[in-house]
Design a binder for this molecule. Structure first.
Ligand SMILES: O=C(O)CCC(=O)C(=O)O
Ligand SMILES: [Fe+2]
Length: 412
């Protein structure tokens, strides 16, 4: 992909960048191979291509000592759950489902994925398309399935593009989800909580529950998703996302966004995590605030050989497909009816101020900010009103929050 386009697509955390997308590895659609949003007649002129003149002092001045002092960090592959937990705000749970369920869910999703779409949206004035297929499911629980306002919310999953209503969880998804909810709950008991996390409980007393799931299908080694952090519009701050991998192993790549205050003192490290069949990666609180993640194209793939065939008397065909299901909790206090709309009358999206976040060690003293930003441009031929505002969770009537619970302050 065009490197400038990738850079633009990656820079979506600032409020001004409302033209870019949440799920932002893009391939310009149809014939658009040489797309360059920055290309202009002046940059193409012979003048602009001549090498820029430097002053003698610039040439003689030694390189800045702070820049030279920051070590470049080589990418690190996190090959086991202990390494994952040590380096990133994620946990890895191998062989999370009974093997037969993992296989039947894989086969059912591969079958379903034939009807899934590629995400399409505008980046500036060009239509772009995600290099993998995606779909969205609602759970028959929690009263969200009868709530029509979630249909618009579901369309935000497709970058604001109107789509058919979300589908119901398949029986295999429901079975998997019950197991996954238990794993997430166990983790909640072990982890530090953040004040703006949801402080309520589900109908069965759960701290976290999945009421929606987004699915992705990657066929072959080239299908991918570029670096992004997930929109927090309906998940709220410090979201927990439980991501199940089925089928062919692919690499999950994480890279920290270094706060502005620290760019002269430390560099971001890239982490690669192999996502095996039947593994659950939980992206815990701060993963969307501090890190971007991607599933990059890769030079080669090991085909997946399912343990069980789709039907008892069918052959056990190898597959080059990876299915990903991200189980998500849409918070009641971020109900679609409570999401602010911009001047284009489109729900705004919620993003953390990743660059402006507190530096390491200051997180307890200074809260990260979140922005509501206009997202109309993703569909409206790249045009939006660019409205943005800082989220004020309490003034907006959100909560209850973990931070309001008695004893929270003493526990941090
Ligand atoms: O396929 C994956 O593991 C990641 C998918 C993802 O980042 C997303 O759906 O937001
Ligand atoms: Fe994501």
């Amino acid at each position: 992909m065009n490197r400038r386009l990738q850079a633009v697509a990656d820079s979506h955390q600032a409020p001004q960048a409302s033209t870019s997308s949440a799920r932002n590895s893009v391939s310009p659609t149809k014939r658009d191979v040489s797309y360059d949003p920055y290309a202009s007649s002046s940059s193409a002129s012979p003048k602009a291509s001549a090498s820029p003149k430097k002053s003698l002092l610039d040439v003689l001045r030694p390189p800045s000592p702070t820049k030279a002092a920051i070590p470049r960090l080589a990418p690190l592959t996190l090959t086991n759950p202990a390494m994952v937990a040590k380096h990133v705000p994620c946990t890895m749970h191998l062989n999370v489902l009974p093997p037969e369920l993992a296989c039947s869910l894989f086969h059912a999703m591969v079958q379903e994925s034939q009807g899934w779409c590629r995400n399409q949206w505008y980046l500036f004035d060009r239509m772009v398309e995600s290099p993998h297929k995606t779909s969205f499911f609602v759970r028959h629980k929690d009263r969200v399935e009868g709530d029509k306002s979630y249909e618009e919310a579901a369309s935000m999953w497709y970058n604001g593009r109107p789509n058919p209503p979300p589908k119901d969880f398949l029986p295999e998804m429901e079975a998997a989800c019950e197991i996954i909810e238990r794993v997430v709950s166990e983790q909640f008991a072990l982890r530090k909580r953040y004040p703006l996390e949801w402080g309520g409980k589900g109908p069965d007393g759960q701290l976290w529950r999945a009421n929606f799931a987004a699915s992705n299908c990657y066929t072959g080694r080239n299908e991918s998703v570029g670096f992004h952090s997930d929109q927090l519009t309906y998940l709220g701050p410090y979201a927990t996302i439980a991501s199940l991998s089925l089928g062919t192993t692919r690499t999950f790549r994480l890279r920290e966004t270094i706060p502005k205050e620290e760019t002269s003192t430390r560099q971001a490290q890239t982490f690669n995590i192999p996502l095996a069949h039947n593994s659950l990666t939980i992206m815990h609180a701060t993963c969307q605030e501090y890190f971007k993640h991607s599933v990059p194209p890769q030079p080669a793939l090991d085909v997946f050989r399912p343990l069980f065939p789709p039907e008892p008397d069918m052959p056990n065909e190898p597959s080059n497909i990876r299915i990903n299901l991200t189980f998500r909790f849409y918070r009641p206090d971020f109900h679609p009816s409570s999401i602010p709309r911009c001047k284009c009358n489109v729900p705004m999206i919620l993003r953390p101020d990743m660059k402006g976040r507190p530096k390491k060690g200051d997180e307890q003293r200074r809260e990260i900010k979140y922005w509501w930003t206009c997202y109309a441009a993703a569909q409206n031929e790249g045009k939006g009103c660019n409205l943005w505002k800082v989220m004020d969770a309490r003034a907006e009537g959100r909560g209850p929050f973990v931070g309001d619970q008695p004893g929270f302050l003493e526990s941090v």
